[in-house]
Ligand binder design. Structure first.
Ligand code: FDA
Length: 367
């Protein structure tokens, strides 16, 4: 059998691309090294609860075209992400808004909150922030920084905020309204039934090989397709010849508990440094679940080394320059399309991945 496209990776990018080209009558083969489809949006069903195995995934977008597109594969519920922060024995609403400030300072009006923040910033008198700590303090003042930013950020990066560069935090949005909706996007929700069925539908009509690593597969099948769509790690494709691109990783500890409601919210951030995890996700609340049991996932940020699961690209100068070197090589590679979060070494939300895959498919259709 000969294919028009060999698609490496059954994640969202690969699946959208495969769907679009199959619709055009092209033959697509998808190879996936894991034992399941859907990449990082894969959901495992436990006690009828859809567990986001590779981290919480909330769909949000302001792109109506993408929203309409994804809604052809699933019905979305009306979940609104409203995380809670736990600091010692205090609980605060996120993102930083009037509910947060009212709880922190016992105030009621936006003007009172603005005055307190302005006073704290003035007292600190930071002219040119030299590190992340000073940058954050100069944007939000002592209280919000100490209780809600410091410990969380230090756990995320495995380093003291004083040792982190200030550019990591450019802005810290403060909302002077009573609104706990984390995202500013026009559309938001969780697909009823989880994300895996979406990808299943997208892949209808293509051949899929699971447990198949592309680099092994191509040794024995070098001419299986006219073109390759590669959504694996960019540096790996070139055998790391310019160097290794770095990532931050996360370790997830999933637990099934015999209680119907563990924390009363899907997302709780633990903002003190002494608690080793950054967040606990209680998956059933994404779908307003009423099951008698629950599943929670604790997220432990971790250092990454080659061979670990790559999660977040490191956006510093060194890695960006290295990635640019690889991107130049990728542009010269004939009949190979590089796409997705790993193939482009870019943090991509799901809506942006769909946009990019639709664009890549449109370019193929136009050829
Ligand atoms: P993805 O990684 O999903 O797919 C690539 C696939 O290629 C994988 O299945 C991999 O196994 C396979 N592969 C790699 N190398 C291979 C090889 N050599 N041979 C065969 N197969 C190979 N976005 C959002 O909109 N809302 C959210 O709430 C979140 N939350 C979130 C949490 C966390 C912890 C992370 C890290 C990311 C998010 N995201 C997100 C982003 C979201 O996960 C992302 O947009 C998509 O999963 C990207 O889809 P891709 O297809 O690009 O990659």
């Amino acid at each position: 059998m000969h294919y028009d496209y060999l698609i490496v990776g059954a994640g969202l990018f690969g699946a959208v691309f495969a769907h679009e080209m199959t619709k055009e009558g092209k033959k697509c083969l998808v190879v996936e090294k894991r034992d399941h489809i859907a990449g990082n949006i894969y959901c495992e069903t436990v006690d009828d609860i859809h567990v986001h195995k590779y981290g919480a995934h909330i769909f949000h977008t302001s792109n109506k075209k993408v929203w309409d597109y994804i809604n052809t594969f699933a019905e979305f519920n009306n979940y609104i992400n409203s995380p809670v922060a736990s600091y010692k024995d205090e609980l605060y609403n996120l993102p930083f808004n009037m509910n947060t400030f009212s709880k922190m300072w016992g105030i009621k009006t936006p003007q009172e909150a603005k005055d307190i923040i302005a006073k704290q910033i003035k007292e600190l008198d930071i002219k040119e922030p030299q590190n992340l700590e000073e940058q954050a303090l100069s944007l939000v003042g002592q209280d919000v920084y100490q209780k809600l930013i410091k410990g969380y950020t230090e756990k995320q990066w495995g380093r003291d905020c004083k040792d982190l560069p200030s550019f990591i935090i450019k802005r810290l949005p403060l909302r002077f309204v009573y609104d706990n909706n984390y995202f500013n996007d026009r559309f938001q929700g969780i697909p009823i039934g989880g994300y895996t069925p979406i990808v299943e539908k997208m892949l209808e009509g293509c051949d899929v090989l699971l447990n198949t690593d592309y680099f092994e597969y191509r040794k024995t099948n070098p001419d299986i397709a006219d073109k390759v769509v590669y959504t694996g790690m960019l540096d790996k494709y070139f055998d790391y010849k310019l160097g290794v691109l770095e990532y931050r990783s996360v370790r997830f500890e999933h637990e099934r508990l015999d209680t119907d409601n563990y924390q009363g919210n899907a997302v709780v951030n633990y903002t003190e440094r002494e608690v080793p995890y950054t967040r606990i996700i209680e998956h059933k609340h994404f779908e307003f679940g009423t099951q008698p049991t629950t599943v929670i996932s604790k997220e432990y940020p971790s250092e990454w080394k080659l061979g670990d699961e790559p999660y977040y690209p490191v956006n510093d100068k060194k890695n960006e320059e290295l990635a640019n070197g690889y991107r130049e090589l990728a542009a010269k590679e004939e009949n190979v399309i590089f796409g997705g979060r790993l193939g482009e070494y870019r943090y991509y939300d799901m809506d942006k991945v769909i946009e990019a895959a639709l664009q890549a498919a449109a370019a193929q259709k136009a050829e």
